[in-house]
Design a protein around this ligand. Structure first.
Ligand code: SF4
Ligand code: FE
Length: 485
């Protein structure tokens, strides 16, 4: 089946019957759970847009593996132009949903595993690339959503994986046989995992020669026995269950973060793409991180667009849209947002072909992109809070709005400019609240800081990629200085 629709996708997730726990209860049907449903709809948008006559060019591509049209979220990038289109597609998704639409992680993981497995095979004579290409062709044919799982719990951060009191805090191979391996451990911060058909697991860090048991990359269907999911809480998340935009802000769409535990899970050989080759763990981590740092130059910009739009709208509803300082704040927000987009486009446009044939982003610029993402959305959110005013922290509930005693007071005293519907004004304020302080700020702020690695991870990569000696040489050449090497 190629190119599912959103509703076909949602039906396919319903059938998975995952072992999931949400708010202390076993959730038998995660796809119908009120806290999960908005996040499922956000992923469904990535399917529907592939059928949209205006967007299908952006949301589809021709697979080099199958020669068929696939959703770009499962594409192996074939050119720098493909990388640019990926970022544009992510911005578009952010515009449509105003949240994290989750499906990018698998796309980024697949592109990293595809090229790393090729180079590993070439150096060590393994056969991981062929396996992965066969596996990914099936993902494309089924139009599956894949979660890319990287972050281990890590326990004592001052100790290496093998030195931990509890070795399971780094996911590892605990047994092996002729047909496969058995893995134990956990992955944290798994975006959209309950909405995924498959999980593609990677090592969490660059590993050393005596850390083979942790150097493992593999894929499993998400309903494999032994996988247990524990749902992450988000600020004001139970407001999603109330289904009222005057309380929740964004009731249609939302993000999802999950912890997954691997309770001695068997992985068959054909689904293993790295097994003990520690010298390729760093390459895999670095490439996945770079792709995902590029991604943020699209998705966060798309969410930034709707936040800026909400601020312009509330300013109009408040009757201050022509005030110079409001216009200046909106201009500053746009400047910051477009700077992030420029970084996302730049690291894509300067992408290069890997030996495996797919395209890799420019590492330096992808890291610059993400480092800016750890800052600019916070400033945009600060300006949004400024423009929105204190009401985003003090608004009464929709129940009070509907109450015959309190409702008329709310309508009277929370009215804005002439002709503005008070309930509409409340909805816009709640939408802003959602992104700067509610469930939406997980994707817009916390994930901007920590997703694809915290700021120091980008600083390390920037310092490695920067060619400082080259810059010193340029000065020496201009000034005619020799020596000082
Ligand atoms: Fe995609 Fe952005 Fe969510 Fe990552 S944070 S999965 S790039 S929408
Ligand atoms: Fe992310």
């Amino acid at each position: 089946m190629a190119l599912m629709t959103g509703s076909q996708y949602m039906d396919s997730i319903k059938g998975l019957k995952l072992t999931a726990h949400i708010l202390g209860e076993k959730a038998d049907n995660t796809a119908n759970h009120p806290l999960v449903r908005p996040s499922l709809r956000a992923v469904a948008a990535t399917y529907d847009q592939a059928h949209d006559s205006n967007d299908c060019g952006l949301f589809t591509a021709i697979s080099p593996l199958t020669g068929k049209t696939v959703n770009r979220f499962s594409h192996l990038h074939q050119s720098a132009a493909d990388l640019v289109r990926k970022v544009e597609m992510q911005r578009r998704c952010g515009n449509l949903t105003g949240c994290c639409f989750q499906r990018c992680v698998g796309m980024d993981a697949a592109n990293a595993v595809f090229s790393t497995s090729f180079e590993c095979d070439k150096a060590l004579g393994t056969n991981f690339h062929e396996r992965f290409a066969a596996y990914w062709a099936k993902i494309q044919e089924n139009d599956f959503t894949v979660d890319g799982a990287m972050t281990d719990p890590k326990g004592d951060r001052g100790k290496r994986p093998g030195q931990q009191d509890d070795p399971d805090v780094y996911l590892r191979v605990v047994d092996r046989g002729p047909d496969g391996i058995v893995v134990r451990g956990a992955k944290l911060h798994q975006t959209g995992l309950l909405n995924s058909h498959e999980v593609l697991v990677m090592p969490t860090m660059t590993l050393r020669p005596d850390e083979e048991q942790f150097a493992v990359c593999f894929a499993l269907p998400t309903n494999t026995p032994g996988l247990r999911y524990i749902y992450g809480r988000q600020a004001s998340d139970t407001r999603k269950a109330e289904q009222n935009p005057a309380d929740a802000g964004n009731t249609q769409f939302g993000g999802q973060e999950v912890m997954v535990v691997f309770e001695d899970v068997f992985v068959p050989n054909e689904r293993i793409f790295l097994d003990g080759q520690t010298q390729f763990s760093g390459m895999l981590v670095e490439r996945f991180a770079a792709y995902h740092r590029q991604s943020y130059g699209g998705c966060k910009v798309g969410v930034g667009d709707v936040l800026i739009g909400a601020c312009a709208l509330i300013a109009r509803m408040n009757g201050v849209d022509h005030t110079w300082h409001i216009r200046d704040k909106l201009t500053e927000m746009i400047h910051l947002n477009e700077t992030l987009f420029a970084c996302g486009i730049a690291c894509s446009a300067r992408g290069h072909k890997t030996p495996a044939g797919n395209y890799m982003v420019d590492l330096l610029l992808a890291n610059v992109c993400k480092l800016n993402v750890t800052r600019f959305p916070y400033e945009i959110a600060r300006l949004a809070t400024d423009i929105a005013g204190g009401l985003i922290g003090t608004l009464p509930s929709s129940a009070d709005f509907d109450d015959p005693i309190t409702g008329p007071y709310i309508k009277k005293y929370l009215a804005g400019a002439a002709g503005v519907d008070t309930l509409d004004r409340i909805k816009v304020l709640r939408f802003i609240e959602n992104l700067v302080a509610g469930a939406g700020c997980v994707a817009y702020l916390i994930e901007s800081m920590h997703g694809a690695g915290p700021p120091m991870a980008q600083r390390i990569m920037i310092s490695r990629q920067a060619n400082l000696e080259g810059k010193i040489g340029q000065v020496k050449s201009i000034l005619g200085i020799s020596g000082q090497d």
